[in-house]
Ligand binder design. Structure first.
Ligand SMILES: Nc1ncnc2c1ncn2[C@@H]1O[C@H](COP(=O)(O)OP(=O)(O)OP(=O)(O)O)[C@@H](O)[C@H]1O
Length: 359
């Protein structure tokens, strides 16, 4: 596949535990292109960590194919014996895949510089060159003056910066971030995410971002896969998934579910003055700020339906303004249907929201 740096094909990972088989990853196929920031999002236990550990074979799949930069690292189908690159090749390959974790995993008894230098131990470079490289990496992550400090003397956000510098030491093409911001406060979370974005852009690094926070994905990723029970239930570009989420879990993670509830609450105190079959509650999404006003006006003229805004907001995804509106549409059922078709034609996402919350 063109420009593809990670191809996981039909990956399954089964664990046997206390006589039970756990399908941590169940037949997942994923392609990550060069330069992507690919978010994998889902709740705890969904299988995210297990899936990404397959990329560098820290976790060997029960079946499936792992291809990194066009090279097959592992392949096993059914009962067939596995194809696998040898340990030496795998070690070299792993140097091209940096990883950062929730708890930083720094060596506490070594200084910040020594932590980074440690990662360069097998690089074949002279000590002086290793020290210079470590310093350069510290400067890249904004800690040029903290090399002599010990990890415990740094804040969580600073420690994660050191971990990023260490992960970049061997010039990887891929960086896997496994819940790297989960232990950080909101300010440090933003700073770390922005640093990941910067290294993605400046170094051309491909980033796989594992998280349970949709906001993290929204801030920096260009693609997202939503995982549940070992499977990917929804995937696509950030703009598509955020403007038109299909799966209930995706809606829940994005927060659309909470917003729908808010719309219902507002309607409970400001009821629509029309018979129940004469109106409906809709969630509209659109890209580009200027499109919505004229279209809403046209709906009235063309289809004799009235659209009232309950609330809305404009967000930015990948630099594109994305608008969200919760509205009521009042009019005859067939006219409303025509109006909704027209909205689709105008590239405005429309989802019908239940008027009453499900029990
Ligand atoms: N080594 C293992 N042995 C047995 N079961 C495991 C092992 N590793 C993971 N699991 C199980 O596989 C499932 C997926 O776990 P995984 O850690 O990949 O999920 P996750 O989405 O990354 O969640 P978290 O963020 O909590 O780690 C869980 O049910 C977990 O208990």
């Amino acid at each position: 596949m063109a420009d593809s740096v990670i191809d996981l094909e039909n990956i399954s990972v089964l664990f046997e535990q206390e006589g039970q088989t756990i399908k941590a990853v169940n037949d997942v196929t994923i392609h990550v292109n060069k330069g992507d920031i690919y978010g994998v999002v889902g709740y705890s236990g969904a299988g995210k960590s297990t899936l990404v550990r397959v990329i560098n074979l820290l976790q060997k799949p029960t079946s499936g194919k792992v291809v990194v930069n066009g090279e097959t690292l592992f392949e096993k189908n059914g009962q067939q014996s596995a194809t696998e690159i040898d340990t030496k090749q795998l070690r070299a390959k792993r140097r091209g895949i940096g990883m950062i974790f929730q708890h930083f995993n720094l060596l506490e008894e070594r200084t910040v510089s020594q932590n980074i230098e440690f990662a360069l131990k097998h690089s074949g470079q002279k000590e002086k060159a290793i020290q210079a490289r470590a310093q350069k990496l510290l400067e890249l992550v904004g800690l040029g003056d903290r090399g002599k400090a010990f990890p415990a003397q740094l804040s969580g956000g600073q420690q994660q910066r050191v971990a990023i510098a260490r992960a970049l030491a061997n010039d990887p093409e891929i960086l896997i971030s496994d819940e790297a911001t989960s232990a950080l406060d909101p300010k440090n979370t933003i700073q770390i995410l922005d640093l990941l974005k910067r290294v993605n852009q400046e170094l051309g690094l491909t980033v796989v971002l594992i998280t349970h926070e949709m906001d993290a994905v929204k801030r920096i990723a260009n693609k997202v896969a939503v995982m549940s029970d070992g499977q990917i239930v929804e995937r696509g570009s950030i703009v598509d998934v955020f403007t038109n989420p299909k799966y209930p879990l995706t809606k829940e993670l994005i927060g659309t579910a909470g917003e729908s509830e808010k719309a219902r609450r507002i309607l409970a105190t400001h009821p629509v003055q029309a018979a129940a079959d004469q109106w409906e509650l809709l969630h509209l999404t659109y890209t580009g700020p200027s499109v919505i006003d004229p279209v809403v006006t046209e709906l009235y003229q063309k289809f004799d339906v009235e659209v009232s805004i309950i609330f809305g907001n404009v967000d930015e995804l990948q630099g594109i303004p994305v608008g969200t509106l919760f509205v009521t549409m009042t009019g005859a059922p067939e006219k409303r249907q025509q109006a909704i078709s027209y909205l689709h034609e105008e590239k405005i996402g429309v989802s019908k929201i239940e008027k009453e919350a499900a029990e």
